[in-house]
Design a protein around this ligand. Structure first.
Ligand SMILES: [Zn+2]
Length: 316
């Protein structure tokens, strides 16, 4: 088994790679561990997400080189500087709903005039894929990394949030849970109110695309390995099966050597644009995985940027 495993006092977030039989054995052992002392959780709710490798890349380009286990303080770090004290639970005045992919899909298909979408991922993630709803705005905080979230951000876009029904999403749901108490407690400075309601996409984009996306290169070579990500509620593959009317457009960025989840939007028109010439472009790696060193980064800040093939050739 290969991958990355983060262990925090609040839980575990891991992405693991291996043959299906090995991953299944790990899942069973993990559940048994939680059922036994000192945890004694009779029915642990582990959000397993199972995915495939990309059919367009060789195994070596999308495989972790090793298995790293890290002990960390938080599963995800939100806010810089970190909040000094734990936040109180969200006030009851802001109703919070956890939405299944089909509930989410329905809301995005006919949003009301007060609906606002909030993508809490980094900009380089939403550059290649994001949720869109007709007539509703998709807000993208200017994040390089999640801990860049600044408590002043909500005020900076206060007008777009106050009194709105905010639908929030991220890759697997973990980051939404970190943002939730902060946004629920937010009140516009100088104003009366905060958001009217909060909806979270349970299991994130990964779970949505299981139901409404398509397998990239369908009919191509299957992967030799299978990937599992422990982070939402298994609804089963191909449930609602909405192929063709996915509200997620483009590709789902992932932080593993595959770079994007092979479960993609049915429309593969590039969402992103080349930073140099603004032509449609959504491949950070120029046909490889991110271990092929084909990626382009900003010379100054090292953030991932989209540069099209034509421009790269021109620069040699
Ligand atoms: Zn270009």
């Amino acid at each position: 088994m290969l991958g990355r495993y983060r262990l925090a006092p609040t839980g575990v977030n891991a992405i693991l790679q291996g043959p299906p039989s090995v991953l299944e054995a790990f899942q069973a052992a993990f559940v048994r561990l939680l059922q036994a002392p000192p945890y004694n959780i009779p029915a642990p709710s582990v959000d397993w997400k199972l995915g495939d490798l990309r059919p367009d890349l060789p195994l070596g380009s999308q495989s972790f080189p090793d298995l790293k286990v890290q002990k960390v303080k938080e599963i995800v770090s939100y806010l810089n500087p970190p909040a000094s004290a734990p936040l109180p639970p969200p006030p009851d005045s802001v109703p919070v709903s956890r939405l299944s992919p089909s509930e989410w899909h329905l809301l995005l298909s006919s949003p009301s005039s007060s609906t606002v979408l909030l993508d809490v991922r980094n900009l380089y993630e939403s550059n290649i894929g994001l949720f869109c709803a007709p007539g509703a705005k998709t807000l993208r905080p200017p994040l390089r990394k999640f801990s860049d979230f600044d408590s002043g951000y909500w005020d900076s876009i206060g007008e777009q949030l106050e009194g709105k029904d905010v639908l929030m999403y991220c890759t697997g749901g973990v980051r939404c849970d970190a943002v939730l108490p902060h946004l629920a407690a937010w009140k516009r400075s100088g104003g009366e109110g905060g958001v009217r309601s909060l909806g979270l996409l349970e299991g994130g984009i990964c779970r949505y695309l299981e139901a409404y996306g398509v397998q990239e290169g369908e009919g191509g070579e299957g992967g030799e390995g299978t990937k599992g990500e422990a982070s939402g509620v298994q609804e089963g593959k191909g449930g609602a099966g909405g192929n063709g009317d996915s509200r997620f457009l483009g590709k789902n960025f992932v932080f593993d050597p595959r770079r994007h989840d092979p479960q993609v939007s049915s429309s593969l028109a590039a969402i992103g644009t080349c930073v140099a010439c603004e032509a449609p472009w959504d491949d950070y790696d120029h046909g490889g995985g991110h271990q092929d060193f084909g990626e382009t980064r900003c010379d100054k800040c090292r953030v991932l940027i989209l540069v099209c093939a034509t421009w790269r050739e021109r620069q040699g």
